[in-house]
Design a protein around this ligand. Structure first.
Ligand SMILES: Cc1cc2nc3c(=O)[nH]c(=O)nc-3n(C[C@H](O)[C@H](O)[C@H](O)COP(=O)(O)OP(=O)(O)OC[C@H]3O[C@@H](n4cnc5c(N)ncnc54)[C@H](O)[C@@H]3O)c2cc1C
Length: 481
């Protein structure tokens, strides 16, 4: 096996200034800082279903308007998909999470809650694995040396990425399959050699049903990061992982007479015919003036009634890709890349995420942390396997990829699952999503399935909340009158 990259952890570190001024959407978020809570007894009572990032940021924003907010979360800790996990000697994100330099709304949120000095930025390296070799892909020179494509194919690939990043009419892309679009843009050979292995790794056979929007959202997000004037090759993290943000949001909520209730699985949401919204959970009934639902759309369908909101085309429900993720803590680094894309079609995971190439080792008790995720649909046979069986499947893939890595250097092995992660952007996906404003004036839906032209990421989560507040702030206040 050929190694093309020196396997030493990069020392290239730098704290970087965040550049967040001049964006309208950010001005919206700033505006909320100046409004203090109304502590009068007439505070409207707002219920939020789901204590992931969406639910918590929303709760924080609404609590600042003077409402009394209660977040109902089914799990035993906050954070949803961005939650934390106990790796033994330290806690870190259950699933790998990075911040891009152009995640302006997210960075602004960190500033707003006083955590800007907790952000760190490091150089991020990307690799591609195929034909038993690792290829770094971080500069024009490395790209030109990439042996799997000839010069003409490379020119077409660059053209696809550049042209794709400039497209704004995503509605057109929603009408063609990702394969049709990529073959048209990049050519058949590029599709077979470069794109198809990546799509198969990420979506399995489902890629055949997915529209061009899927790949366009990734191209655009990555390209925008590279256009950043200062820190284009950098990625960020917050000291202590996302748990730091969730703890801070909880603190601020408590200061604003609002609260989070854990281990509360919402089972039913009903209209009280002009007297608010009833939420049923754990043999209890609570009445709120308004309720905002932030959990996945598949849950929405189960807990609401048609008079509250008719959400999804019954014959075409939103399908979600889930993720199963092996996580290793090790004495030595496994990979020099933040992300290694796999183009060999043989490994049982989608990629390798070397989070310790970015995150300082003192954050993880001196241990290297590496994630091996596999994105799969709801009907994949992996869901039926036990954690022990899956660990063995994934570890055999890891041994195939890194035969020289000594197992004695593995300190701990973890297996995490999330069933609903990324809605599948099938053809005409935007016709399937639930409206934010439902049939009922006191019930709203705000969730990741509404990201019709973006991948699921925390920057768009914050943007979505900011836009919601901008549009519906007045309606949230109605109950005060
Ligand atoms: C493997 C992986 C890697 C990722 N990497 C990145 C990254 O690098 N950068 C980035 O920006 N983003 C990343 N993301 C995406 C990020 O995790 C999401 O953008 C974010 O967590 C979505 O938050 P949310 O609150 O909208 O949804 P969720 O996190 O899904 O929150 C929904 C909440 O609702 C709760 N809930 C569900 N049903 C009920 C019920 N009946 N009653 C009460 N509560 C209920 C759930 O428990 C959950 O807490 C990644 C995600 C994954 C899985």
């Amino acid at each position: 096996m050929k190694r093309v990259f020196d396997e030493t952890k990069t020392e290239n570190k730098q704290n970087l200034e965040t550049e967040t001024s001049g964006l309208n959407e950010l001005e919206i978020s700033k505006a909320y800082q100046s409004i203090g809570p109304d502590t009068s007894e007439n505070q409207p009572k707002i219920g939020i279903v789901g204590g992931g990032l969406m639910g918590l940021v929303l709760a924080y924003r609404i609590s600042k308007l003077g409402a009394q907010v209660k977040v109902l979360e089914s799990e035993s800790q906050t954070g949803g998909l961005s939650t934390y996990y106990d790796f033994g000697n330290f806690q870190w994100d259950k699933f790998y999470h990075i911040i891009m330099p152009n995640d302006a709304s997210l960075i602004r949120l960190f500033e707003e809650v006083g955590l800007e000095d907790q952000l760190n930025w490091n150089r991020a390296y990307t690799g591609y694995y195929a034909n038993n070799s690792f290829y770094p892909l971080n500069s024009a020179k490395e790209f030109l040396l990439f042996p799997l494509l000839n010069l003409w194919d490379k020119i077409r690939l660059v053209y696809t990425i550049f042209y794709g990043s400039r497209i704004s009419n995503w509605q057109k892309l929603e009408k063609v399959t990702v394969k049709e679009w990529l073959v048209r843009m990049s050519g058949k050979k590029n599709f077979e050699k470069f794109w198809s292995p990546l799509l198969l790794a990420k979506l399995g056979d489902n890629y055949k049903r997915v529209s061009g929007v899927f790949i366009w959202t990734y191209i655009r997000r990555l390209f925008k990061a590279r256009e950043h004037p200062v820190n284009k090759d950098y990625m960020g993290y917050v000291n202590g992982g996302y748990k730091t943000l969730f703890n801070r949001l909880e603190e601020l909520l408590n200061e604003n007479q609002s609260s989070i209730e854990l281990n509360v699985k919402v089972e039913r949401i009903l209209s009280k015919n002009g007297a608010g919204i009833e939420v049923q959970h754990s043999n209890t009934t609570e009445i709120f003036d308004k309720v905002i639902f932030t959990a996945p759309s598949s849950v929405l369908e189960k807990v609401t009634t048609p008079e509250l909101c008719e959400v999804i085309k019954k014959d075409k429900p939103i399908e979600y890709m889930g993720v199963i993720c092996l996580v290793l803590t090790t004495r030595k680094a496994i990979t020099p890349f933040y992300v290694l894309n796999l183009g060999d079609g043989k490994t049982p995971f989608t990629g390798v995420i070397g989070i310790s190439t970015l995150v300082d080792l003192e954050q993880t008790a001196g241990e290297y942390l590496t994630y091996f995720p596999k994105y799969i649909p709801a009907n994949h046979p992996y869901w039926a396997k036990s954690d022990e069986e899956l660990k063995e499947v994934f570890l055999s893939g890891m041994r195939h990829l890194y035969p020289n890595f000594s197992e004695e250097d593995i300190l701990s092995v973890h297996l995490n699952r999330a069933f609903k992660v990324q809605p599948l952007h099938v053809i005409n996906y935007s016709e399937l999503i639930p409206e934010i404003k439902t049939k009922h004036p006191d019930f709203f839906v705000l969730n990741t399935s509404q990201f019709v032209n973006s991948s699921v990421n925390n920057n768009i989560v914050v943007e979505h909340v900011n836009e919601f507040m901008h549009k519906f702030e007045d309606e949230l206040k109605i109950a005060q009158n």
